[in-house]
Design a protein around this ligand. Structure first.
Ligand code: NBP
Length: 492
């Protein structure tokens, strides 16, 4: 039999799979394509794939037979059972050292499980986040691979060739072990939720407090896109606000204000709660979507629950208002990314993953939905210090947030007095003020816990005494009625 020609196999000929195959073929690789509904293979071969270095396979056997060793097979199918089904079907045809890469939006615990199961069979499993949608897949996505590191030398060249580039550097590098690649993609999606929510709050304030038209708001976003907020999401927001329906009015104002979600933001927020990390902005972004979806209740509430009317002279200086708003958006975004990296850092510790922080920032720099100029600064910060405890401790970001603070506070105060919700702006500022507080009111909270549940507390070192020894769990009989037994197992 002739030597196989295929550099990579790809299963799943929907939007992502087809485009990634065409991208790899453009870079000189021969790709073997397969799909559950086999007629889609023929359709693809007769149309988009015609004349390119793409081989259509009509069975798993044919796919595998056409691949060079070690075989590299990418799955781009619906996350969940479809991934397990294809792994099952592939296994009888694979040999030790072959590589399966799941490029779908799988939840990282599934990737952890698949990595372990396949390790036992000598197959290298990689879970790779892929971001950038259809266009990214076709012309350069952000790729976040993690899992069996033995696979990396065999896939590095192809992955880095087809990925997006930022200042000539590929937006693809090895993330870490097991489900780390999909974990980082999950946090990316959570941050995407946060960025989108922040932008919508800025739009809402300009519209409802500033009285700006959509075109004027579009112009503000266009201006912001030339500065520190330069990013894909600000750019598309500019274009959306300038887009008119057939009747010449902005289409965006006709869209039902009830947000959907597929769950990756929720996964991030749940994981943050599990790991005890205050990733408040992503949490608020998820809840803001939930609140928006209560449309009929909100219509009722609007006629029952009072609040301030927006004052006509709320804004004294229009330019100052816009500048303050830009600072509020910038500062809140810094907090969101700082929180996202706090979560990634904690996940590294909890799951015992050595994570490549500078590479993570670089991977998000281009090709993906959260791509922005701002991520170049985050990459720089983590390159200077890969173990950076918090992004806010890097001088660039300390200075940036210091400078933005006044506009940030003024914007939130203005929105609050005018009755406009700013969940993401506000939670970011509350986090900032909490994080920079040497002393928080948790002393009182600990006292309450000890009062009602004998949960004990510890004393500040400077207040330690014979009765209140340092470093010990202390219970006080606050009422003189309870006993002296403390709760050792019950955690409120
Ligand atoms: P879809 O998520 O719509 O999946 C379609 C593919 O899954 C088809 O090949 C389909 O085969 C196959 N499939 C399904 Br559906 N159920 C199956 C089953 N039970 N067994 C085997 N195959 C099954 O495609 P997509 O939008 O291209 O996304 C692919 C992956 O990439 C997903 O995990 C997605 O979350 C992720 N992703 C998507 C985007 C995006 O912008 N769309 C971005 C980043 C990541 P069939 O043709 O026989 O029905």
């Amino acid at each position: 039999m002739a030597q196989p020609k295929g550099d990579m196999g790809l299963i799943g000929l929907a939007v992502m799979g087809q485009n990634l195959i065409l991208n790899a073929a453009d870079h000189g690789y021969t790709v073997v394509a397969f799909n559950r509904t086999v007629s889609k293979v023929d359709h693809f071969m007769e149309n988009e794939a015609k004349g390119k270095s793409i081989i259509g396979a009509h069975s798993i056997q044919e796919l595998v037979d056409n691949l060079k060793r070690p075989r590299r097979i990418v799955l781009l199918v619906k996350a969940g059972a479809a991934v397990d089904a294809f792994i099952e079907q592939l296994l009888p045809y694979l040999e030790k050292g072959d590589i399966i890469i799941d490029g779908g939006n799988s939840h990282y615990p599934d990737t952890n499980r698949r990595y372990e199961e396949l390790k036992g069979k000598g197959i290298y499993f990689v879970g790779s986040g892929v971001s950038g949608g259809e266009e990214g897949a076709r012309y350069g996505p952000s790729l976040m691979p993690g899992g069996a590191e033995e696979a990396w030398p065999h896939i590095k060249e192809i992955f880095q060739a087809i990925s997006a580039k930022s200042d000539g550097e590929p937006c693809c590098d090895w993330v870490g072990p097991a489900g780390a690649g999909h974990y980082v993609k999950m946090v990316h999606n959570g941050i995407e939720y946060g960025d989108m929510q922040l932008i919508t709050e800025a739009y809402d304030i300009m519209k409802r407090v500033g009285g700006f038209s959509d075109k004027e708001i579009g112009d503000v976003f266009a201006k912001w896109n030339t500065g520190v907020l330069d990013s894909f999401l600000v750019e598309i927001t500019r274009d959306i606000l300038r887009y008119d329906d057939k009747d010449g009015t902005p289409l965006v104002e006709k869209i039902m204000d009830s947000a959907g979600q597929k769950g990756t933001g929720k996964w991030t927020a749940i994981n943050a709660l599990d790991l005890g990390m205050p990733v408040t902005l992503i949490g608020e972004a998820v809840f803001a979507r939930c609140l928006s979806s209560l449309k009929s209740e909100r219509i009722r509430a609007a006629s029952i629950l009072p609040g301030p009317e927006v004052s006509k002279d709320a804004i004294k200086d229009k330019q100052q208002f816009v500048d303050d708003l830009e600072q509020a958006l910038y500062a809140s975004k810094i907090i969101s990314y700082a929180q996202g990296f706090m979560l990634i850092r904690e996940a590294g510790k909890t799951y015992n993953w050595k994570l490549n922080n500078p590479a993570i920032a670089l991977m998000w720099r281009g090709g993906c939905i959260i791509r922005s100029v701002f991520l170049a600064e985050i990459t720089k910060a983590y390159r200077e210090n890969p173990e950076l405890e918090n992004l806010l401790f890097n001088k660039f970001f300390t200075d940036a947030i210091t400078k933005a603070q006044s506009g940030w506070r003024k914007t939130i105060a203005l929105a609050s007095t005018q009755g406009i919700p700013t969940p993401a702006f506000s939670t970011a500022l509350s986090f900032y003020d909490g994080y920079r507080s040497e002393r928080l009111p948790a002393n009182l909270l600990q006292a309450q816990r000890d009062y009602f549940g004998a949960h004990t507390f510890r004393v500040l070192p400077e207040c330690a005494s014979e009765d209140l020894p340092e470093g010990q769990d202390i219970h006080v009989n606050w009422t003189g009625r309870g006993g002296n037994i403390s709760a050792s197992t019950y955690q409120a």
